[in-house]
Design a protein around this ligand. Structure first.
Ligand code: APR
Length: 229
């Protein structure tokens, strides 16, 4: 059985990484759109760098939770029959042991050269970043996909959605496209679809089945049942 799992901010919530659209919808006083657009970066790169620098630094204080670990275990058991796609820019899936994660919205621990397009692993601040190590000249930006930009790996994701038997969405509000449309794509190709989220997502009615609760409870329970334990 081929499985595609899409994860969102909700899977990292129990690790202490704040989600985007709960509470007051603000991130350290900013509207997400004001620090997550190419226009914002052009207008005020310092604010954008400070925003992502703080989030990158915060990664050192969080750990993967039971939901990340359960998905890593699933990968160990079914290998490339699992396609794990995340909208998250944290690295908690990798730190739980997942080896083939598609980061469709990029990664906090990566920098992107505006000139040559090289992606470089990046742990520290980008505020006073040196020029790109690849071309020696380019300005570095956070390697994250902003509103209005095209997500990474859309072709590979489309292929996986077309081929899968089961599509599972974990911890995402369903407010941001194209990820929000994956359920409809998978269904159109005949997959069964399951939502695991704290509350019903915007598109909860698109799923065959929805279970509501904490990812740290729902995901390990779902994985155990799938692998017959
Ligand atoms: N377990 C399961 N789900 C949870 C938990 C939890 N412990 N805590 C919160 N949630 C749910 C919320 O109820 C919400 O539906 O996770 C969802 C998080 O939604 P968002 O904050 O909108 O995050 P996400 O869907 O990942 O956002 C998509 O939007 O801002 C952009 O690029 C950013 O990748 C992000 C994209």
């Amino acid at each position: 059985m081929k499985v595609v799992v899409l994860t969102g901010a909700g899977i990292s919530a129990e690790s202490g990484v704040p989600t985007f659209r709960d509470a007051d919808g603000l991130w350290e006083g900013h509207r997400v759109e004001d620090v997550a657009t190419p226009e914002a970066f052009l207008a005020d790169p310092e604010t954008v760098h400070r925003f992502y620098d703080a989030r990158r630094a915060a990664l050192t204080k969080v750990l993967p939770n039971a939901a990340h670990h359960a998905l890593a275990e699933l990968e160990r058991l079914i290998g490339d029959h699992l396609t794990l796609v995340t909208q998250n820019i944290d690295d908690l899936h990798e730190r739980a042991g997942s080896e083939r994660v598609i980061h469709m919205h990029g990664e906090l621990r990566s920098a992107l050269c505006l000139r040559c397009g090289r992606r470089t692993r990046w742990e520290g601040s980008l505020l006073d970043a040196p020029p790109c190590a690849g071309c020696g000249k380019g300005v570095l930006r956070p390697d994250v996909v902003w509103f209005g930009e095209v997500p990474y790996a859309m072709e590979a994701i489309g292929d996986a959605l077309a081929e899968c038997d089961l599509f599972v969405s974990v911890g995402t509000s369903g407010a941001v496209y194209p990820a929000a449309s994956f359920v409809q794509q998978a269904r159109a190709y005949g997959a069964r679809t399951l939502e695991l989220n704290l509350v019903p997502s915007v598109g909860t009615h698109f799923f065959h089945e929805a279970r509501h609760g904490r990812a740290g409870d729902l995901v390990p329970a779902w994985v155990s049942r799938l692998i017959g334990q």
